[in-house]
Design a protein around this ligand. Sequence first.
Ligand code: FE
Ligand code: ZN
Ligand code: FE
Length: 221
Amino acid sequence: MELNTLRDLYIDELKDLWSAEKQLVKALPKMAKAANDPELSKAFTTHLRQTERQVQRLEQIFEEIGESPRGKKCVGMEGLIEEGSELIKEKPDAEVLDAGLISKAQHVEHYEIAGYGTVRTYAQLLGYDRQAQLLQETLDEEGEADKLLTQLAEGSINLEAASAEGEEEEEAETTRGSRRSSKASEREVSRRTTVEGGRGGARGGSSRRGGRAKETESSAR
Ligand code: FE
Ligand code: ZN
Ligand code: FE
């Protein structure tokens, strides 16, 4: 598809979002199943229902403009989902897994928020007011999903993960040096970063613990 006009770009981005949402419909049940905290699991299931409606909204828009939603794979979403499955495969402790799942899900929501904000604005510029309204509805849902994840993280899940980390640190103290596998050290690093991850949304894991995490990382080599 040639991209010569804003309308072309609009359609291209909509296809990307449609692909992203379709991938997410498949991934969310796995995240709900992996989550240990029942509230977190419920949040994923609720967002699955929302995501199905978001797919329908996009399809409604494609019908209105007489185009097909097919023809693009959202590789950004593919990568974000892949990072989620990598986390699950690592089999972290229950509390740490939940904190990590929140982090992965917030990456997804922020990615979608960027996409929907863009197409909503394009729709306004192109004079597609009804489409702009539909896209705004989805944008609002993504924002609410993100906020709920922050609440779950800050309410209890990050703290539970933080105390799981404490236990391991004590254990690590006693085995420091010889018997510590590099795998255990790697895990500890990823724990520290995920604990920071959920706080305040997308603020990242760069503060206080950064130095110590780095230390552990280099000792793992
Ligand atoms: Fe969505
Ligand atoms: Zn994409
Ligand atoms: Fe979403």
